[in-house]
Design a protein around this ligand. Structure first.
Ligand code: GLV
Length: 368
């Protein structure tokens, strides 16, 4: 029997990868820290690998699909986002690709919430003060003050899985929540939370009656003390936060981005920060990753108001590494490979839970 070959462009976690070996597959692992050059991925695909494990650093385009058209059976992305994969090309060549939704929802949402607090309560400058031995005395407002989150208004742009999980984190802070989603509104979710807020207020667990509702993009930006982005990168969301969006925000507001860097026009953001159009920003993602050494966002004059992280939101130990597909990205990623190669779900990609481009396989279902 033919031994399936799997090429992983990255060590996504030894325990999870071992599950592939247990299946009898031959694992070829690119185990350096940096991603492999595109030519190597192409070479592997041309050599006939059956499955590719990819990360968001790998550009999986027409050329790769073309090279794998008779041999490549699945691409499993170790991330929920898949903007690095050309979905139309995948569909043209009828190659399923999978992602790792759900298992990283809570980790990403809590990280967004934590960096919201980090930038607004000035955690980094406070710690630096202590470490640099510049903390001279306690004083009511010098050398720094932060802005509270409790009782403020948070605008949540995108109410998919992660946006909703983020909203749930905010409910503990008695915040008012303005939701915006250009594609789908979940009014049941909103109604349940409003009921919860009402109950908390009525039973005196909260001093104020918080509110939650959907709003237009403009209204959300105009009224948010915090604006947190939870939309996937697509042509419609590229530079969603541009000059005009930043103009709408309050000068006291903070922007939080844990989705994809290109949702925000970084040049426009830099201008807005310089001109004090917004109070601050916490970014986990950038237009170019890693952030270039000469990025204006590194401007030292802005340091107190700008928090920068290394695309770290989902990087909880279990979330990243657990081999269990119900717990970890690594587990869910290898499960995507196994489902296809082992022919689970009757070998029908349309029925496989982690396949993203199900539309390419719809015909299999209607033929039954
Ligand atoms: C991380 O950014 C992911 O898409 O999983």
């Amino acid at each position: 029997m033919k031994k399936y070959r799997v090429f992983a462009t990255c060590d996504i976690g030894a325990e999870a990868l071992h599950r592939l070996v247990e299946q009898g597959y031959e694992l070829e692992l690119y185990d350096r820290v940096d991603p492999p050059p595109k030519d190597l991925i192409l070479e592997k695909v041309k050599s006939g690998v059956d499955a590719l494990i990819t990360t968001l650093r790998d550009e999986i385009d027409e050329e790769i699909f073309q090279a794998g058209k008779n041999t490549l059976k699945v691409i499993a992305q170790d991330a929920v986002g898949f903007d690095n994969i050309d979905r139309e090309a995948a569909n043209r060549y009828q190659i399923p690709f999978t992602n790792t939704p759900e298992v990283l929802t809570e980790a990403t949402a809590e990280f967004a919430f934590f960096i919201l607090g980090c930038v607004s309560r000035k955690l980094y400058p406070s710690e630096r003060l202590v470490r640099e031995k510049k903390w001279k005395t306690w004083h009511p407002y010098l050398p720094l003050l932060g802005d509270e989150a409790t009782g403020k208004t948070v605008a949540v742009i995108g109410t998919g899985r992660i946006g909703k999980a983020f909203i749930l984190k905010c409910t503990g802070m008695d915040m008012d929540i303005l939701c915006h989603d250009a594609l789908a509104e979940d009014h049941e979710f909103i109604a349940s939370l409003q009921e919860l807020f009402d109950l908390k207020f009525k039973s005196r667990l909260s001093k104020r009656r918080s509110t939650i509702r959907y709003a237009s993009f403009k209204e959300a930006l105009q009224n948010g003390d915090y604006v947190s982005l939870h939309v996937p990168l697509a042509p419609e969301t590229h530079h969603l936060i541009d000059d005009s969006a930043l103009d709408l925000m309050k000068p006291t507001a903070y922007l939080i981005n844990t989705s994809r860097g290109s949702i925000v026009d970084e040049q426009a953001l830099y201008r807005a920060l310089k001109e004090n159009q917004i109070a601050g920003v916490a970014l986990d993602v950038f237009e170019q990753e890693p952030l270039s050494e000469d990025s204006p966002l590194r401007d030292e004059q802005l340091e107190e108001r700008v928090r920068l992280f290394h695309h770290f939101a989902s990087a909880g130990r279990q979330t990243r590494l657990s081999p269990d597909p119900e717990v970890g990205m690594a587990g869910r990623c290898v499960q995507g490979v196994i489902d296809v190669l082992a022919g689970h779900y009757g070998g029908d990609p349309f029925r496989m839970p982690y396949v993203v481009n199900k539309e390419a396989f719809k015909s299999l279902v209607s033929d039954q």
